[in-house]
Each structure stands twice: as C-alpha cells, then as structure tokens.
Write a protein that binds this ligand. Structure first.
Ligand SMILES: Cc1cc2nc3c(=O)[nH]c(=O)nc-3n(C[C@H](O)[C@H](O)[C@H](O)COP(=O)(O)O)c2cc1C
Length: 221
C-alpha cells in the first residue's frame, strides 16, 4: 500500500449523521476493498488522540489465507462461548422467529460461518509502557478504532469490531509476527455491506449522564 495521493478525498457525510448511523454490519459482499479506500480510513485512525500523544499503535491489514485459517475457527469458538454466556441453548434461531434477537443472532452467525470470506480485517494494536494502569493506557487505542469505524461509514463500508481473536491469539501473533510487548485491542472486519447502515440503538442521554453527583441526572427524562 503506497502513501495517499494528495486530494484522495473521502465522500462527504455530516459527522453527526455518520456517528448516528454507524451500526455494526456483519454481512459483506465478496467485492474487494481497495488499498486506497482502506488507507483513507486508516489515515483517519492516525488522527485520534492518545495518552501523551504517544501514538504507540500499529494497524495491521489482514488478508492472507494463513490469517484466515487461524481466524475462522477462533471466531466460531468465540461464538460458542458467547452463546453459553447468554444462555442460548439452541445454536440457531427457529426459522419463523422474526424477533430482533433472532435477527441479530442470524447476522452474527452469518459472520462466524463465513469468517474466512470477510474481504479484509484490520487489527488495532497498542504497545503498553506500564507507566499507567493498563485499562487507562489501553484506552489510547479505541479512539483510533472509532475514527476508523466512522471513516469507513463515510465510505459506505460495513464494519464490526470483535475481540474473538483471543480464542487463537497465540497462533495469530505467530502468523502475523506481533512482538510480545504489543497488545491486540480489537479486530475489525471490513467489507462492502449487504445490508444498509442505519440508526444505532442506545440508552437515552438522560439515563446515562449525571451532573456533579452520580445520581443527579443531567437532564430530565
Ligand atoms: C470492543 C468491542 C467488541 C465487540 N465484539 C463483537 C463480537 O465479538 N462479535 C460481534 O458480532 N460484535 C461485536 N461487537 C459489536 C457490538 O456487538 C455492537 O457494537 C453493539 O452490539 C452495538 O450494536 P451496533 O454497533 O450495531 O449499534 C463488539 C464491539 C466492541 C466495541
């Protein structure tokens, strides 16, 4: 991947609209994602803040068959694990179940069933210094991921972050050659979506924001 051409402009979308509609998409068309489009999204990732502006990040674009062979089984294991945690006894929702939960389960299953065919993945990695608590230092990578997700949304790409790489982390580290002192924060699947972007569903602001003291709502509900 070469440097961006000057004037390699991303499509315009209003920032708040991008944030409001950047929901996770888990079904992708087989069409490739070009290096140029990916580079624009990754450039947006590099604009994120990080503690002390350390920028101790590395974004690894993954497409190789070797990586796919590691990730597919890992994600299916991740799915089995999550299904147990959520107490879902049946592996697949009944065909006539059209509930929101069943639809979400189907799309998650589609992703794990077809994980090897995802057009491209991006690993978000960070090198910890150990000077501050790990949780706080680790927080320096997620703004970069979010910038990437929003830039991808602007391009019309679908994305979904995941941490199920942990089910094969040692193998993944070996095949990618990730040094020991680097942590993997997230693996983002990327592709041209089958579905559409749409409004995210979140708890309303008045339920999550407080003023001065923990229990004092910032706004009335
Ligand atoms: C750190 C992180 C890990 C996630 N892991 C997974 C995952 O393993 N599998 C998955 O299908 N979605 C995963 N997601 C996506 C979330 O499930 C999704 O963002 C959330 O349900 C809200 O839905 P929305 O993005 O469609 O609005 C993850 C998101 C984040 C931020």
């Amino acid at each position: 991947m070469s440097d961006l051409e000057p004037g390699s402009a991303a499509p315009a979308i209003e920032l708040r609209e991008a944030m409001r509609t950047a929901r996770s998409l888990r079904r992708f068309r087989p069409d490739p994602v070009s290096d140029e489009v990916l580079a624009r999204c990754l450039e947006a990732a590099t604009w994120a803040p990080s503690g002390s502006n350390a920028q101790s990040w590395r974004f690894v674009v993954l497409r190789s068959p070797e990586v796919r062979a590691v990730l597919g089984p890992a994600f299916r294991e991740g799915w089995d694990w999550v299904r147990t945690i959520y107490g879902q006894a049946d592996e697949r929702p009944a065909p006539d179940d059209d509930s929101r939960e069943a639809r979400l389960t189907r799309t998650m299953l589609h992703l794990v069933d077809n994980f090897e065919s995802v057009p491209v993945y991006v690993l978000f990695c960070y090198r910890l210094t150990g000077f501050v608590p790990e949780f706080i230092e680790g927080g320096s990578i997620y703004p970069a991921m979010q910038n990437f997700l929003l830039a991808a949304r602007a391009e019309g790409l679908g994305t979904v972050p995941s941490t199920w790489f942990t089910f094969a982390e040692e193998k993944l580290r070996a095949v990618v050659g990730i040094p020991d002192e680097w942590r993997i924060a997230s693996l983002v699947s990327v592709g041209w979506p089958v579905g559409k972007h749409g409004p995210v569903r979140r708890r309303p602001l008045h339920k999550v924001a407080a003023l001065d003291t923990w229990d004092n709502p910032l706004l009335n509900g």
